[in-house]
Design a protein around this ligand. Structure first.
Ligand SMILES: NC(=O)c1ccc[n+]([C@@H]2O[C@H](COP(=O)([O-])OP(=O)(O)OC[C@H]3O[C@@H](n4cnc5c(N)ncnc54)[C@H](OP(=O)(O)O)[C@@H]3O)[C@@H](O)[C@H]2O)c1
Length: 344
């Protein structure tokens, strides 16, 4: 297989975990798939950017970010001024797009991925925004250029969800799904069961790096809603935006509610669901009390689960225990291998 040049736009938790995984797996990729690669471009928002056609030292780039140095110093060509100029000038074969999500527009990731595909690159992302705001457009563009637009890590991190349907469930029709897709709220609800109040549980989730400084995207159900929208767009073929999901977060659940549920053998969960009726879909994110006979009952802490109902297999569940940037990075790596490896 020809040598492959990679560009990484977004070099935060996920971008750096991907860089570490690429280093760790480089011999497996060569030995098992005949894939050899060089990272020739890295772009960030405020930590600089670099293009080096001879290859960027990934360990050096990670350590520079750690010490708050600008990546500009690693560039052997004029430093690109923004993400689009990096993509246009890097001459990579594959773009990994891992910038922060924008729930309402999918930007700037949407433009980054579109430009990469137009230039003949495979486009791979963990960013949910461009999936819900541009799945059809980007997939059609990828097909027209003989390239792949893959996004396994957007829902349940590295667990196979989209590739499960794409590669292993031919002609299966998805009727509906139910699951717990947001780790932060599940952790908060689990902590509240041990006696913490809502604010204490949020503070704990922030202290271990699970919840952001502004945790409203998780707590108000937006992260869960965009994941529901991504599954509906891709797996059901129905266009749905995050704002179209009937969404309710967990702010209104009190410590008293949690204890009352516990006394009746139930647990509060932020449940994501969607169900198809003809060409329409009903999609929801809402807190529900679940009993011990539900597959969602025993899902603790940051673990996620989804149960799919198809017309061929009945119910099929996927559980992912304690995900993190490393598992997200694996989804990106799997997409990369699947994109560049010829199908049997
Ligand atoms: N963390 C996870 O485990 C996880 C799991 C699944 C999916 N995701 C998704 O993966 C993506 C990345 O997450 P993360 O946790 O790595 O976020 P992060 O730590 O905040 O990193 C974001 C990166 O994107 C860069 N960036 C921001 N705006 C940019 C722009 N306009 N052009 C170029 N680069 C830009 C940032 O640079 P500066 O720091 O210099 O601003 C930073 O390098 C998000 O879309 C997230 O939803 C994350």
């Amino acid at each position: 297989m020809p040598h492959i040049n990679l560009a990484l736009i977004g070099f935060g938790n996920v971008g750096q975990a991907l860089a570490q995984l690429l280093i760790r797996k480089q011999y497996d990729l060569k030995n098992q798939y005949d894939i050899s690669f060089t990272v020739t471009a890295i772009g960030t928002g405020t930590h600089g950017a670099a293009i080096n056609p001879d290859g960027i030292d990934l360990n050096q780039a990670i350590s520079m970010i750690g010490s708050k140095a600008s990546l500009d110093a690693l560039s052997t060509v004029p430093v690109p001024t923004d993400g689009l100029s990096l993509i246009k000038n890097c001459r990579a074969d594959v773009l990994f797009e891992n910038t922060p999500v924008d729930y309402e527009t999918g930007q700037p990731a949407l433009d980054h991925l579109r430009t990469a595909l137009e230039l003949g690159m495979h486009a791979i992302t963990a960013n949910k925004g461009p999936v819900v705001h541009g799945f059809k457009e980007l997939s059609t563009l990828a097909t027209s250029r003989g390239r792949k637009f893959y996004f396994e890590s957007t829902v349940m991190d590295g667990a196979p969800i989209f590739s499960l349907f794409r590669e292993t469930l031919p002609a299966a029709n998805l009727i509906g799904f139910r699951g717990i897709l947001n780790s932060t709220t599940n952790l908060i609800l689990s902590r509240m069961e041990t006696g913490e109040d809502f604010d204490e549980a949020v503070t704990y989730a922030q202290s271990i790096g699970i919840a952001e400084t502004d945790p409203s995207g998780d707590i108000d159900g937006w992260d869960a809603a965009i994941k529901v929208a991504a599954l509906v767009n891709v797996l059901m073929g129905i266009s749905l935006k995050p704002a179209d999901v009937d969404r309710q977060g967990i702010r209104a659940i009190s410590a008293r509610d949690i204890q009352q549920a516990k006394q009746t053998g139930k647990r509060w969960k932020l449940v994501c669901s969607a169900r198809r009726t003809g060409d329409r879909v009903t999609a929801k994110v809402q807190p529900e009390m679940v009993s011990s006979d539900s597959p969602l009952y025993s899902v603790d802490g940051t673990t996620s689960v989804v149960q799919f109902e198809t017309d061929v297999l009945g119910l099929l569940s996927v559980i992912e225990n304690d995900p993190g940037p490393e598992t997200t990075a694996y989804g990106l790596l799997a997409d990369f291998i699947n994109a560049v490896t010829p199908r049997q």
